[in-house]
Structures are given as structure tokens and as C-alpha cells.
Ligand binder design. Sequence first.
Ligand code: SAH
Ligand code: SF4
Length: 424
Amino acid sequence: MPTYELIVYGCQMNDYDGEKLAAIMEAAGYERAAEGDAADVVLVYTCAVRQSATARALGRITSLARVKKDNPRAIIGVGGCWPAVESDVIERACPHVDFTFGTTELENVPAALAEISGERGPSVPAEVSPLRKSWPRANVAIMRGCNNFCSYCVVPYARGAETYRPADDVLKEVEELLRAGFKDITLIGQNVNSYRRGEVTFARLLKKVDALCDGVFLRFITNHPRDFGDDAVDALAQGRNVARHLHLPLQSGSDAILHAMNRGYDMNRYLDVVSKVREAVPGICLTTDLLVGFPGETEAAFEETYRALEEIRFDSAYVFIYSSRPGTAAAALEDALPRAEKVNRLQTLAARQRAISLEINRGLIGEETVALVEGRSAKNAGEHAGRLSESKIVNFGGKARAGEFIAVKITAASPWTLRGELVT
Ligand code: SAH
Ligand code: SF4
């Protein structure tokens, strides 16, 4: 059998696409190359959300020139968000790349490979189930694309307009996962809150999935503060299996910057959503994304973000430095802030957040709770890692099997993880 290697960068949606692409390749008669073996086909699935992501992909793709040297018949394909927005850059910098493909063209990859090698294309079934490597967790896409055009973001150009999967398809995939023993299901989309298919809104879909997920953690990402309505708050609070975690990207604490970002909400709206969610689900884990150094972000605007972080007290926050992306509205704005100042702002937010995360996590010490065992601890040899409903990781010793829910008592905390012991 011909072999393939698949390298995936980026977000959960890319992971999901990677799992689908693997399934398509295997349905077409390819076998995954063993680690370290030369593959007949190398596929790189890319992210383009920040300049650093494309630089990383470029480095990897450049290094693949030696694959062609060793095996002139090898085929190299580059897919995902990057070729959708900068295929010219890839063509110029990487002449050894045989073909590129976008995020909606996964099914065409075997045919493209056949055409390049001059063989007859295999027939691939129209619907294949993603080949998941993440047990006991699994993602399920409920939508694709994004209509929001936040002024800094390349995703709407790379992934196109929003399309929503029929609710029945989503429910079927979730049922399959539950039958296969998955215990932690995440509905994914660039803005899941805008899901709408016929009469089925996001809140209704969440309720339908919740009804299937007895005794399983049910999650969803990513949310949009403009679109997270009262019906979604209710579905989150009333869902019996919906996990106690909300990822709600804020981006900036300054109304002027939020406006320039075309985010469609202001701080008042954001704080309103947060207070409703916290009232409905006391103690819910709240996480966010923050973007520093957006064009025009003054010292005063940055301080508003800092104050928002102090006021809201997120459980954790991903902080990014703005990078200009081709074709976006913000790319036309002057990006005058020196790099050192952007780094300084990032570190200032990250340090304050680290302290807040530690305070919040220390507050959990002594609590007894339930965790889903995911596997071995990455940190402590011989220990297990489990995930709480709040999505926090807890490391613990003793006997446990991946895929089972266990009771733990929290005994120690860091900003990022917890330690615990089994409760018997
Ligand atoms: N659809 C999701 C995720 C988008 S990408 C959302 O709206 O939240 C994930 C994060 O990357 C964003 O939340 C943003 O903080 C960051 N990001 C997007 N474009 C960026 C850019 N040009 N430079 C730096 N970070 C960016
Ligand atoms: Fe990008 Fe905004 Fe869409 Fe998120 S909502 S993917 S940040 S355009």
C-alpha cells in the first residue's frame, strides 16, 4: 500500500479536518507511514491566523525538499487556511510542492494525487467518519466558515462564508462517538452561537445533543459575545451534561478598539453576558482570548484591557500579539507600535493573568470533584491526567483507566494545572 504522512497545524477545526483527511486517505487505499519512515505522500495542513503560524509551516514545508531528493516520485501537498490566502507565496518559495488544496476540498485530495502520479483515481465514499486520535475526547464540527470579518482576522477569507451542518448529521455523529465510548464531546465552529439550520438555533442544537450525552462531558467552542444570547445561557445552565466552562473571546477591553476590530459588541455587552452566565452557573470556568498591539491601541486602551482582566477575573486567557494578515481590513491600518512594546503588553497581561489563575485554582484546594481520566500525566511520570468539567487538568497518582470518570480531591494548584488524589 502507498503510505502518507500528515502534519497538522492550528486550531481544533484544523485537527478535525486532519482527522477527516486521514479517513479519506485511508478510504482511498493509503496507509499511514510509520514514524520516521519516508512516506509516498506528505500532506501539510496549515494555519494562517498569525504570521508566526505561516512562518512555522513554511519552515516545515521547505525542509520537505529533501523528501523529493530521496524519492523523486514522492508527492507533497499543502492544504488548509494558508494556501487559501497566499498560494502565490507557497508557489514561489516552495517549488517542490506538487499541489495545494483548501479547507473545503479534502474529498478531492485522492483524485489530485492520482492525477499527479498518472494513475486512475480511487473511488472514495462521500461520507467518511473522521479517524480520531484523541480518545476519550472528540470534536464534532457543527458549522464551517465565518461571516464576521473581524478586521484583524484572515479566517473569513481562508474558510469562506458560514455553512451549518444539518442537526441530524450532528446528532448521528455524536451517537456514533458515544457508541464508540467517547466521553468528552466538543461541538466546534468559528462562531457556534450563529448556528442556525431551519428552526434549529445553537441553543436548540445544544439541548438536542445534551439529551444524547448522558454521563458525558459536552462542550462547545468558540463563542461570540455578540451572539451568545439568553437562550444559549439557558441551554448552558439547564443542560444536564453541558460542562461548566465557557470560552468567550474578549480581544480588547477598550470600546474604541473593539469597534475598530469590528467585533460588534462593547464592554457593557460583554460584562452583561458574563454576569448572566455567572448567575446561571455559579463558579463556571470562564476563559478568553486577548489581542494586544492592534493598530491604534494606545497605552490608555491597553490599560482598559488590563482593567477588564482584573475586573472579570478569567480562569485563564490566551494572549496574542496582533500580526497583520493579508487581505484583512486592518492590514491597511498603520501598525506603528514597536515590537518591544507589543511584547511588553503581552507579558504584562500574561503575568497578571497567571497570578489570577493561581488564586482561582488555589481556591479549589480541598474540593471533591469528578474528572475524566485522559491518560498519562505529561508532567509527572507514573501519574494520570484527568479533565474536570471546568476543563482544567488534574494530575493524580493511584489506579485509574483512561476513559473512566473518577472522584478526586484537589490538593494543590498551579496557574495551569491542579493536583489531586483519588477519593475512594
Ligand atoms: N473564531 C474564533 C477564533 C479565531 S482565531 C473567535 O472568534 O474567537 C483565535 C484567536 O486568534 C482569536 O480569538 C484572536 O485572539 C487571535 N487572532 C486572530 N487573528 C489574529 C491576528 N491577525 N493576529 C494575532 N492574533 C489573531
Ligand atoms: Fe476571525 Fe472574528 Fe470570525 Fe473569529 S469571529 S474567526 S476572530 S473573523
